[in-house]
Design a protein around this ligand. Structure first.
Ligand code: FAD
Length: 401
């Protein structure tokens, strides 16, 4: 990657902001803070997006199903971000049609879905070319072999897909192009509070280095609480549940379109998506209490997803050619994971902020909220504003000059 990317930060460097974790949230924060004029460093222990940010369903969406849990402001914000990303990153974020079949016995009722899709369309700005519709039965045979026995209605609506890892790298590249120092692999092994902020000890492929910052951002995703424990004094943490979600890759593309399916066993939404020349099938929600570096799909999760695929596409003969597992960070609570809020939460103290949860889609909006808090603590940046994340284009790394 171009810019100031090195695997070894300059010894004893001083920064306004150091960000730990090069997933989408860390990438967003370093881009926003560097654009605002702060002098920033981001540290990633593996490669950009190597954590959850390359294991998502790769949807840039408002989250139709979050309307069922009344998360209207999250859906509204995400739809706004979707529309912005479609224009800022046209090579990385692209619209597609999503099909929802309703069968005799489906838990979701046609009136509920119609109400949800209407609201979704209203919240996304009522674009006439993105209006949902009912697919007439005469067109059902064109739906890639979707089971028609018991099929009552098929709805189609508009949403967007991305390549999550490439999107993360593009945001990192945007920060680097404005002068941020971006280091990977670089693992934060300890940090200590100082009168000015924090001293941060980093392990790189060539040894250890120390940097100083006025503000420390913990964007460690599922590792956030482990990172917090490496900081002296411990800055506090949020009680969370880590929830594993897997995807299977199947070697034959079912369709260029996307399918939003109701799991017959538990009613959860499961997606069947085109992904390059394969099919991406996911996801699951399985409680996880191990080491986030060791997250792996289980046999029960594979069976669950393949069972749903076979149920809806009985003649599909693609084979599993890959799999991935990621971890959601959800606020600790009792009850099902499916109903938990997907809103981002922060834990802060005077020179520190940790990000918990949130969505890939909303990373830019989250970063702007973090930036507002950094601004309150540090005051205006000494350098002038270098850009505005609402306007900075994002291009895939391979296509950059
Ligand atoms: C199965 C699944 C599907 C999802 N699907 C979608 C979707 O379709 N659309 C959507 O909008 N959202 C989706 N999400 C949510 C979204 O993927 C996540 O919210 C987002 O990727 C989290 O990004 P993050 O930067 O917080 O965490 P991560 O991407 O996990 O980044 C944290 C990074 O910190 C690094 N790190 C850890 N410890 C250290 C250390 N000591 N030093 C340096 N670096 C360290 C890790 O290596 C990692 O790269 C999904 C989530 C899951 C689990």
């Amino acid at each position: 990657m171009a810019g100031n990317n090195t695997d070894q930060p300059h010894p004893d460097s001083h920064f306004d902001v150091v960000v730990i974790g090069g997933g989408i949230q860390g990438a967003g924060v370093v881009q926003a803070a560097q654009a605002a004029g702060y002098n920033c460093l981001i540290l990633e222990k593996n490669y950009w997006g190597s954590g959850t940010s390359s294991k998502s369903s790769k949807l840039i969406h408002g989250g139709l199903r979050y309307l069922q849990s009344w998360e209207f402001s999250l859906v509204r914000e995400s739809l706004r971000e979707r529309s912005l990303l479609l224009s800022l990153a046209p090579q990385l974020v692209y619209g597609n049609w999503f099909y929802i079949p309703l069968y005799k016995g489906s838990r979701l009722r046609a009136w509920q879905l119609r109400a949800g899709l209407t609201l979704y369309w209203l919240l996304s700005g009522c674009r006439s070319d993105a209006r949902f519709k009912v697919i007439p039965p005469a067109e059902w045979p064109e739906l890639a072999g979707l089971k028609t026995a018991g099929l009552k209605k098929v709805y189609r609506y508009r949403d967007a897909q991305t390549d999550d890892a490439k999107l993360t790298s593009a945001v990192i590249q945007s920060a680097a192009s404005m002068g941020a120092e971006v280091c990977s692999p670089a693992e934060v092994i300890a940090a200590e509070s100082t009168p000015e902020g924090y001293r941060v000890l980093i392990k790189t492929s060539v040894g250890q280095r120390t940097v100083h910052c006025r503000f420390l951002v913990n964007a460690g995703g599922p590792w956030a609480n482990r990172i917090a424990r490496r900081i002296t004094p411990e800055p506090g943490h949020l009680e969370v549940d880590l929830v594993q979600g897997i995807h299977l890759l199947l070697d034959r593309k079912i369709s260029d379109r996307c399918f939003y399916l109701e799991s017959p066993s538990d009613g959860r939404a499961v997606f069947v998506l085109p992904w390059y020349n394969t099919t991406l099938l996911g996801t699951t929600e399985t409680g996880f209490d191990g080491d986030p570096d060791q997250v792996l799909p289980t046999a029960a999760e594979r069976d669950y997803l393949l069972g749903i695929l076979r149920h809806y596409f009985p003649d599909y003969d693609g084979r599993v050619c890959g799999e991935m597992a990621g971890l959601r960070v959800l606020p600790k609570a009792t009850g099902g994971f499916h109903q938990r809020s997907r809103e981002v939460e922060f834990v802060e103290n005077s020179h520190y902020l940790a990000i918990y949860g949130g969505k890939l889609t909303g990373y830019r909006a989250t970063a702007e909220k973090v930036l507002e808090r950094i601004g309150k603590k540090l005051g205006p940046a000494s350098a002038g504003r270098r850009g505005d994340t609402c306007r900075l284009p994002l291009t895939p790394a391979a296509e950059q000059p």
